[in-house]
Ligand binder design. Structure first.
Ligand code: GAL
Length: 685
């Protein structure tokens, strides 16, 4: 793909606005469904995700199908010019199915079979569940595949979790036989079998990890995680067979998630693998705005990071599939979004590559666990409701942004995120149990670029490296020979590589490299990290770098240098005076090694030097103070700049170009005053 080429993720040339609409909860209230059509227009909504949890309405008894209500809803939405994202209902089963076919129920790690209830809790191996979803999905595709309102497929909902039933055990063993090519010795070797007498003499002895059984064989743990991702994808593939066959032109997505408190990428599934099976990435974002443990700007930085990861999975725009217009119902404290925050937080998603703002949910439920979750239409049904008005404003804004649809965010800087490495690191019994913090560490390395509005792709290991000037690889604990070879090639060909402590420790089987650090890494970095010290929270040490002392926490690597120049020195402990940071020329490129976890300001100062050296820049010359973010989407010669104030104070921004405000049409240049939480959207040629 050319850097500035537009990619339409949905075939729609407008920004999607709307969200999960659950009319199946309101079928006994035709007046409300009728009223909704009016409110859809008034809220400037144009797209509705339907049928996500509607299985018990679509098929109340086995084989007794009821699509007439859905026909009507889709036709009604079409009649007002709306579009539909149609879901397959596999996120929640009807109870008749669990009752008649208990095999669909999940078994947990402790081998306890779960009862019917909740959602997102099926056995992904169950032949019955696969057959039932395939049947249902075929019917949906046959019935609605040609409907002019159909925009996309929303497959299931937030796939996640794992099942440990006997069928899954068999599937796992088959997966292993396939992976290790029927060679049990190869598996035992990879899993370091003789340790604690863990050598298997037959495939049937292998069991998934369990809190009441095996959980210390790291090779097993890692392969199980990989299997869970593959088995989930295999279930997904089964879901989409008929859909692909009958509606090849309709894009397919499934909604990804984040892990919430720190707003880090979802941990349990390797989305880099899943992404290859989707036409469009979409995800559900629920940041806890206005929380009491961080600044608004800090949270905005994390939102930026995860968006740049999910966007980079396919190097194309993505969709915000769910968000809340105000509070959620499942944070510890469910705080309302303050006035202005809804527009600001929505525009931040668009700024980082989303071609939609969609909500959970469009009309608030009357009963059950989500009756207090924020929604476009509240129980009061009122258009004078503050939240409703703010939603309408977002819709109005999106209507003026259709030229932004399909545009991307070219970047010269990449940060490498790896699910497998994170799993392996978390399994590792060593280092600090509470302080590994892989995703959070990556956020810290992203921070400086976010603060300076320099675009970053957060990429995964199989993606192309050579398109970037700077590749940052923090804490890549697990690095295969192949990844190491690719990092070496990137540097040899002129790239600038940054790596940190706890990188390149184990291979893809979670076996440590022998004979010191991998020879290729030693060559590229000109060092051999010989020891990693883990610090208590009360321990104090620091690194002298560029005539300044920076505090270090958690990890410090003792480094033996070969060809590398020393850039930073430890100031205390038994390694005082020894190298903490190094720089090496390798081929046409350079490789930096950061041996310790250093305070925030260090990353700023260190990356500032690289920013200057490599002439990395923000896309537009717009200056501002901390807490303001300017993120740009590019379309050929036009830049769309989202100038966002993530602080509680007024901010002055200096615009050193002539820009056009896309909302008001006015030309702007020079100083611009942004109110608290204000966002301005500018086009710059
Ligand atoms: C999502 C889920 C939605 C809804 C929402 C509430 O995780 O997909 O169905 O429950 O959370 O925030």
């Amino acid at each position: 793909m050319l850097k500035n080429e537009k990619t339409f993720t949905t075939a729609a040339d407008f920004m999607l606005h709307g969200g999960d609409y659950n009319p199946d909860q309101w079928l006994d209230h035709p007046e409300i469904l009728q009223e909704d059509l009016k409110l859809m227009k008034l809220s400037n909504s144009n797209t509705f995700s339907l049928g996500i949890f509607a299985w018990s309405t679509l098929e109340p008894q086995e084989g007794d199908y009821h699509f007439e209500w859905l026909d009507k809803i889709i036709d009604n939405i079409h009649s007002i010019g709306g579009r539909v994202i149609l879901a397959t209902p596999s996120g929640a089963r009807p109870s008749w199915m669990s009752q008649k076919y208990p095999e669909v129920l999940r078994v947990d790690g402790a081998r306890v079979k779960q009862l019917h209830g909740g959602r997102h809790n099926h056995c992904f191996t169950s032949p019955v569940y696969r057959e039932k979803t395939a049947q249902m999905n075929r019917l949906l595709a046959e019935r609605y595949g040609k409907h002019p309102a159909l925009l996309m497929w929303h497959i299931s909902n937030e796939y996640g979790g794992e099942c440990h039933c006997e069928r899954c055990q068999d599937a796992f063993r088959n997966w292993l036989r396939d992976k290790y090519k029927e060679n049990l010795k190869a598996l035992n070797d990879s899993w370091w079998g003789p340790f604690w007498s863990h050598t298997f003499s037959d495939w049937s002895q292998i069991e998934s990890p369990s809190p009441i059984g095996e959980n210390m064989v790291h090779g097993l743990n890692l392969d199980w995680k990989r299997f869970v991702t593959d088995q989930t994808i295999s279930f997904f593939e089964n879901e989409v067979t008929a859909i692909r066959e009958l509606t090849p032109e309709i894009p397919i997505t499934t909604n990804f998630m984040a892990d919430t408190h720190d707003l880090i990428p979802f941990q349990s599934l390797d989305y880099s693998k899943f992404a290859k099976h989707l036409d469009v990435i979409s995800w559900d974002a629920y940041p806890a705005w206005h929380n009491d443990w961080e600044t608004t700007a800090n949270l905005a930085m994390k939102v930026g990071f995860i968006n740049d990861l999910y966007r980079s999975l396919k190097q194309q725009p993505f969709l915000l599939m769910e968000s809340t217009p105000s509070a959620v119902n499942w944070h510890k404290i469910n705080k309302a979004k303050r006035p202005g925050m809804h527009l600001l937080s929505s525009m931040q998603m668009v700024a980082h590559g989303s071609d939609s703002i969609l909500y959970f949910q469009w009309r608030k439920s009357r009963g059950s666990s989500e009756k207090f979750h924020g929604a476009v239409v509240d129980h009061d049904n009122s258009v004078d409701n503050r939240v409703f008005k703010e939603v309408s404003t977002v819709g109005e804004t999106l209507e003026k942004l259709s030229q932004v649809v399909g545009t991307n965010r070219p970047a010269d800087v990449a940060i490498l995120y790896d699910w497998e490495s994170n799993w392996a690191l978390n399994h590792a019994q060593g280092y600090g149990t509470e302080t590994k913090c892989y995703p959070q560490t990556l956020q810290e390395h992203y921070r400086t670029f976010w603060e300076q509005d320099i675009p970053v792709d957060v990429i995964t290991k199989e993606q192309e490296f050579s398109r970037y000037k700077l590749l940052i690889v923090p804490m890549l604990y697990l690095a295969s020979e192949e990844t190491i070879a690719r990092l070496k090639q990137f540097t040899a060909e002129g790239g600038t590589l940054v790596m940190t402590y706890i990188s390149g420790i184990v291979n893809e089987h979670d076996l440590t490299y022998l004979g010191g650090w991998h020879q290729d890494l030693q060559a590229v970095f000109g060092i051999n990290p010989v020891e990693t010290d883990t610090l208590y929270p009360g321990d104090r040490n620091s690194v002298q770098y560029s005539n300044r002392s920076y505090e270090l926490t958690d990890y410090a690597t003792v480094i033996e240098t070969h060809s590398a120049a020393v850039d930073g020195i430890y100031e205390a402990d038994f390694y005082a005076g020894s190298p903490a940071m190094t720089k090496n020329s390798y081929g046409k490129g350079r490789a930096y090694y950061i041996g310790a976890r250093l305070e925030e300001q260090f990353n700023r100062d260190f990356y500032q030097e690289l920013i200057t050296d490599l002439s990395l820049q923000s896309v537009l010359p717009i200056e501002h103070g901390p807490g303001v973010s300017v993120q740009v989407r590019q379309d050929g010669d036009v830049n769309y700049a989202f100038v966002m104030n993530f602080t509680e104070q007024e901010q002055t921004v200096s615009i050193h170009v002539v820009a056009k405000d896309l909302m008001t049409g006015e030309e702007l240049s020079g100083e611009l005053l942004l109110a608290k939480y204000e966002v301005r959207i500018l086009a710059v040629k």
